[in-house]
Design a protein around this ligand. Sequence first.
Ligand code: 13P
Length: 294
Amino acid sequence: MLKTRKPQAPGSRIFLPAAVIFFWRFIGILISSPYNSPLCVLTLCAMRSKLVVGNWKMHGSLAVNAELLQAVRDGAGGLRTEVVVCVPYPYLAQAWTLLEGGAVSWGAQDVSEHDQGAWTGEVSGAMLAEFGCRYVIVGHSERRSFFGDTDGVVAAKFLAARRAGLIPILCVGETLAEREAGMTGEVVSRQLDVVVQASGIEAFAAAVVAYEPVWAIGTGRTATPDQAQEVHALIRGRLCAENAVIGNGLRVLYGGSVKPANAAEIFARPDIDGGLIGGASLAAADFLAICAAT
Ligand code: 13P
């Protein structure tokens, strides 16, 4: 018996193709607008989840870490913010053991620009990945100023992190002398541009940028929310000029003397997506209070 077709309502034949075309036009506008259409900006801003990263620097011991990691793990469970701790290399295995299966990720504070070979003292991205790292800090001002990490070396480390499947947290920021000379924009743009040129803007789809004014690190002197927002907007604008989708989707963290008392005001600014926390990440209560302030 021949199947008969159900009679179609007038117009239904063109409804489906029209809906498909409309959908693709809508997606096209969202992803291709070079000028940050309001819709595109709103959608991508809403998609940016908050992130707080603790940079322990060269602090800790097995005994102290055990307590700190357990407390952070317990406290982070109920938070909406993504929480990460970047521990010294020898403690990666401990972080892995104590954090696995919980809400807190872990990472390292530096990575070699090389993948393997005769590089005494270096640690490769693949080694970090093998220890469960998800993130790695590159270009921290302490590496730049005390260990000779030039913009070129930082770009090479950023690329090495990406090759290993890690998410680089690229630190940029000016010294006090540079700020006072009115060079903040120039310095931050240069630090960013070198990496964009080396990696291509697409690599920033799986990266984080941290603005850390050198004069605010460990000094107790924080950038005002306005000062921080101004530089964050510059960073985002620069990346949006290359690719609006990637620029608007990128998380830009603020770092430099963030404390429970000032975190909420800083994180409330539109281009500040969380923080990179030094000293205050060593006390679980302070770190968790900062995470909760996003
Ligand atoms: P403080 O929070 O101690 O100022 O350090 C910031 C920092 O350098 C994080 O990477």
